[in-house]
Design a protein around this ligand. Structure first.
Ligand SMILES: [Zn+2]
Ligand SMILES: [Zn+2]
Ligand SMILES: [Zn+2]
Ligand SMILES: [Zn+2]
Ligand SMILES: [Zn+2]
Ligand SMILES: [Zn+2]
Length: 481
């Protein structure tokens, strides 16, 4: 609960009270014990969200009241969690730690230490340990989340019921898809267990779909993934209005905390971003279609200039002209110049950007200022300076140029212009933007402090001990000098 100079009436005893519910800030209490007594009644009203449903979006979350930046929206423990699928990292099967040093005494899968609490806890590794010990399959961490869901299914627990209400898009994961191949592979590896528990292929296919569509990567613990009942209903926007972070709860699970990234009005949809914000529209939409099975039609996707970031814009040989997609929502759209009759097919644009993308990747691997500088000059002939390739090269280059180089200042400003448009609340690119802010600050004699403070502000949500968190500490030391 929190307390400020405002007063209200306690919901239980009607006395004048100054403590308020931290969630909604609307309900007053005289004491924590009266808050506890009222929770069963109040929790339904306290929620900042409600679930709505329509044909286009399915179930989604809508704000039940006006919210300020950083206001809490969701705080919940996962339905299920485990080592991240499609990851080759080893994590402790008991607690999710990436410090893997020994083997679980029961099943010989990876563990942080023999005495790790999670290994014998039936709510964590305890039950599956016996099954793994009997089945004797080769330890592969990315199988474990699937196995944990199989066990929920087998027990027909309430948690399985909650999971089965989420989307798995099985119909789009049929034969000749990558998802199908992966599922077959999983079935092959888990065969001894599937036979013992008599689990059908269809069930495994459904579970793999549930994971691919709904699981979120957590940090902490790094290298794990979790499925959340409410947070899974956040709809995708390429520019979202929430941010999320994780904390380990008293039962060792990664709890998700979703907060408002900006002011949100009652009735607005809550959203998050399931793709890379520094990719141009075609790449983002293809990625979403392949992984989440839907086509994004948000304001950014609809706009040929992508909110004036020009992250996909080409330059026309005519001189001043810019080449933009006629209809960004159509993969096969023509691209036309805004100042001459020049036209390119979508295939031509795609091939050009792919080819340049390869060059960018090769140049970045060298991490040499001269190589990157040359490439950037060549890219600037064909691409808008805000194009994703120019931004990528610029971001590496600023870290190699000396503060006296006027080019450095210019590139920092380009990058910060792009991130301020595509990630204005720092929900996705906090570290990326903070790096550019710090390089910019190095170039300046005045206003240095302003940019460094902005970087610290952006990094305050980064997970503990992550590179972003370490950078924040560094900048704070710099600021205190
Ligand atoms: Zn009271
Ligand atoms: Zn409340
Ligand atoms: Zn452990
Ligand atoms: Zn074990
Ligand atoms: Zn979009
Ligand atoms: Zn032109």
């Amino acid at each position: 609960m929190e307390s400020d100079h405002k007063l209200g009436v306690c919901a239980i005893c009607n006395k004048i009270a100054s403590l308020r519910c931290t969630g909604c800030k609307n309900q007053f209490y005289c004491s924590t014990s009266h808050q506890r007594d009222d929770w069963q009644r109040h929790k339904l009203m306290c929620r900042a969200w409600k679930i709505e449903e329509n044909n286009e979006l399915g179930r989604h979350l809508v704000a039940t009241r006006d919210l300020n930046p950083d206001d809490l929206i969701i705080s919940e423990a996962p339905i299920v969690w485990g080592p991240a699928p499609h990851s080759d990292k080893f994590v402790c099967v008991g607690c999710g730690s990436t410090n893997v040093a020994v083997r679980c005494p029961g099943c010989s899968w990876y563990a942080c230490k023999v005495s790790c609490d999670g290994l014998v806890d039936d709510n964590r590794h305890g039950i599956e340990c016996k099954i793994l010990a009997k089945a004797q399959i080769i330890p592969k961490c990315d199988l474990l989340l699937i196995l944990r869901i199989i066990l929920l299914f087998k027990r027909n627990s309430k948690r399985w019921l909650n999971l089965s209400m989420l989307q798995s898009h099985v119909t789009k994961r049929g034969i000749n898809t990558e998802a199908f191949e992966e599922t077959e592979n999983v079935i092959h590896q888990l065969e001894p267990i599937l036979n013992t528990l008599s689990i059908s292929k269809e069930v495994v296919g459904n579970i793999c779909g549930l994971i691919d569509v709904n699981a979120l990567e957590t940090n902490p613990p790094e290298g794990s993934s979790a499925i959340y009942q409410t947070a899974c209903l956040l709809e995708h926007r390429c520019l979202a209005n929430t941010r999320h972070s994780f904390t380990i709860d008293s039962k060792g699970r990664p709890k998700i905390i979703v907060t408002a990234a900006k002011s949100i009005k009652k009735g607005e949809h809550f959203s998050t971003t399931y793709t890379h914000v520094l990719w141009a529209t075609r790449a983002r939409r293809e990625h979403l279609l392949a992984t989440k099975y839907f086509a994004c039609c948000c304001d950014r996707c609809k706009d040929p200039t992508e909110l004036n970031s020009n992250i996909g814009t080409l330059k026309c040989p005519c001189g001043p002209g810019l080449i933009l997609a006629k209809d960004p929502l159509d993969m096969n759209t023509e691209w036309s110049c805004n100042s001459c009759p020049g036209v390119l097919t979508s295939m031509e644009v795609h091939q050009l950007t792919e080819r340049l993308g390869e060059e960018v990747e090769n140049a970045m691997a060298t991490a040499k200022a001269t190589v990157l500088s040359d490439l950037l000059s060549r890219l600037s002939v064909l691409l808008h300076p805000g194009h994703q390739h120019c931004i990528a090269v610029s971001h590496s280059l600023i870290q190699l140029l000396s503060p006296e180089d006027p080019k450095k200042l210019e590139l920092c400003k380009h990058i910060l212009n792009t991130t301020s448009i595509l990630d204005p609340y720092g929900t996705r690119l906090a570290l990326y933007t903070a790096v550019a802010l710090r390089e910019l600050a190095a170039c300046l004699s005045e206003d240095k402090k302003l940019y460094l403070e902005r970087a610290v502000y952006l990094l305050k949500h980064e997970p503990p001990h992550s590179p972003g968190d370490e950078l924040r500490k560094l900048i704070e030391i710099q600021l205190s000098k």
